[in-house]
Ligand binder design. Structure first.
Ligand SMILES: Cc1cc2nc3c(=O)[nH]c(=O)nc-3n(C[C@H](O)[C@H](O)[C@H](O)COP(=O)(O)OP(=O)(O)OC[C@H]3O[C@@H](n4cnc5c(N)ncnc54)[C@H](O)[C@@H]3O)c2cc1C
Length: 539
């Protein structure tokens, strides 16, 4: 567990020791030409030397928390508090690299062991009027774990890391109950002996937790096959200042609005999720990934729509635009890449968009579904590139955060943002967001992909790379992100899967309406009358 506590202290992915990415010289030169001049090179910090304010937690509250979880599980030392002070957005990482505590830090970190202790901690905080920020993997990129205290004079980070158990498996109904702190890889390790998989693999899989997935309505890379996280949830158990709240007794219900869906996506503002009951599936016998290329974005998006509307999406179906494909080809370089470009050119694909398709399941089922997907792709003009492209995507699927650390080391501004819209609005939305980002940032590479498609629409995921403004790096990204959010409002959702957190709160009312905000506030005051749960988030 010390590893888990330590790795967040430094605020970058690679400092977890999971293998730092090195940016090849060729890539640095290429970036310098495209968006340069870049630099100077800034090495990631190795240890934090940030001076923190003294903890404000009243002694009576600290004593009461110690009585619940034990002395060793109420941490007030600087590194432990700093480790839970923020998530992993570009701005979070940038602020940490600047070695100044320009962000709020919790007064203590509390580590309960089970749902009963979580409820007891919530009760103590309610009695002493202490704010609570639930902390899962700390991978929020929207300020979800920022240690805001709102009107409270003190706030704790409630770290769920010790809630790491598989509670039960109902083989007949195919439901597994997992505690909130179980991280992605451990979910699969716990389920495998029972012959099951969850199949929820977001890019933050290595660190993010069951509670975090539920609290943010996460979407994994295989959402076309396994569904979004909320599709998997059959039940949820929460600790609230009003007592324990359990939801979900049947696979479907007409007993009023589905309150499970109110709890999922509540981002720690309506309760601390302690357990989640999840639909699981048999471990796949076959996993098959391959790559296609298609001429230009319009044809690619049209192919995605066709697959979605014919129920022929592969479990993973992901379309990169020309820029994203171009960057991956440029960074790979070499003889094979040149040969691939010639091959595609000869087949009329002069502006390639890569399409990754992956199927998982029983052999016969995969064969049947693959036949239909590939038939429709060929009819749409897609050219098969082969298994190597699919496998190379699969092997590199978690490398994004490490590459981001490497790019930040080079003095580059790199961040992502996402949205979703109906098919009829998707192109306009993409054009507007790209235009807004480019107008704000000047020389920038703006890449986009679709990785979650539905019959009615799709998500758009943007990755932005530009030279860092050395004088005002924070303002540089804040202005660009605001411009992108303004472009999204009215055409798409402010978040398809990153959630609202702090960063998106100014845009929520435009999406759900004033009444919607009031409904959320009313729900909050019903479960959390004094507003101790995750102050300043969501509403
Ligand atoms: C590199 C990178 C890639 C990412 N890729 C994806 C992706 O592919 N798909 C995707 O959906 N998201 C992605 N994200 C965003 C993030 O990983 C998700 O939002 C994830 O669901 C958060 O899980 P977590 O356990 O880290 O939660 P945290 O970051 O710890 O918390 C997120 C929010 O949920 C609340 N919370 C956490 N646990 C609980 C709980 N038990 N009870 C109540 N509230 C709780 C927190 O207070 C906070 O508001 C990515 C993030 C990064 C940094």
């Amino acid at each position: 567990m010390n590893d888990l506590i330590d790795h967040r202290i430094r605020g970058s992915w690679t400092s977890a020791g999971a293998g730092a990415a090195q940016l090849p010289e060729r890539a640095v030169r290429w970036l310098d030409q495209r968006i340069g001049p870049i630099g100077p090179r800034v090495a990631a910090e190795t240890e934090s030397s940030v001076e923190l304010p003294s903890p404000e937690l009243p002694e009576s509250a600290r004593q009461a928390l110690v009585e619940v979880v034990g002395l060793e599980n109420v941490l007030v030392d600087g590194p432990a508090r700093l480790a839970r002070a923020s998530g992993l957005s570009y701005l979070d990482l940038l602020r940490r690299r600047s070695r100044t505590a320009e962000f709020p830090v919790p007064d203590a970190v509390v580590l309960p062991a089970d749902p009963e202790q979580v409820q007891a901690v919530v009760d103590v905080c309610a009695r002493h009027d202490v704010g609570i920020v639930p902390f899962g993997g700390g991978t929020s990129v929207v300020g979800g774990v920022a240690a805001l205290r709102g009107e409270k004079s003190s706030v704790i980070a409630l770290d769920l890391v010790r809630l790491d158990r598989l509670v039960s498996v109902d083989k007949i109904s195919r439901i597994a109950v997992l505690q909130a702190g179980v991280r992605g890889p451990d979910v699969e390790k716990l389920l495998a002996p029972h012959g099951f998989t969850l199949g929820h693999i977001p890019q933050s899989y290595e660190r993010a937790t069951i509670g975090g997935f539920a609290a943010t309505r996460s979407a994994g890379q295989a959402s076309s096959g396994y569904g979004r996280f909320e599709d998997m949830v059959t039940g949820v158990r929460l600790a609230t200042p009003r007592g324990e709240w359990r939801l979900g007794v049947a696979p479907a219900s007409a007993a009023g609005p589905d309150l499970r869906q109110l709890a999922i996506g509540s981002e720690g503002t309506l309760g601390v999720i302690t357990e989640v009951a999840l639909r699981v599936r048999p471990v796949p016998v076959v996993r098959r990934y391959e790559g296609y290329a298609i001429e230009g974005w319009d044809a690619g998006a049209e192919a995605m729509r066709t697959l979605a509307q014919h129920h022929a999406l592969a479990d993973i179906t992901r379309l990169s635009d020309v820029d994203e494909t171009g960057v991956s080809l440029a960074l790979k370089g070499g003889v094979k890449t040149a040969a691939l470009k010639r091959y595609l050119n000869a087949r009329g694909v002069k502006h390639p968009c890569f399409l990754i398709v992956g199927w998982e399941g029983a052999a016969r089922d995969v064969a049947v579904r693959r036949r239909e997907t590939t038939r429709l792709l060929r009819a749409a003009g897609a050219v098969r590139v082969g298994k190597a492209l699919g496998e190379s995507w699969r092997h590199g699927r978690f490398s994004g955060p490490r590459q981001r650390d490497a790019l930040m080391d080079q003095g580059i501004c790199v961040e992502t943002l996402e949205t979703a819209a109906y098919w009829s609005d998707l192109d306009e939305l993409r054009d507007n967001v790209r235009a807004a980002l480019t107008a704000s940032l000047g020389r920038a590479i703006v890449m986009c992909h679709i990785s979650h498609a539905y019959e009615t629409g799709a998500s758009l995921y943007f990755t932005v790379i530009t030279a860092r403004d050395q004088a005002d790096p924070v303002g540089q990204w804040q202005r660009a992100k605001s411009a992108a959010c303004e472009a999204i409002a009215g055409l798409g959702t402010i978040s398809h899967h990153h959630a609202v957190g702090v960063d998106h709160t100014p845009y929520l009312a435009a999406e759900i309406g004033k009444i919607g905000v009031e409904v959320l506030r009313a729900a909050k005051s019903a479960v959390d009358p004094t507003g101790i749960l995750n102050p300043g988030k969501l509403v």
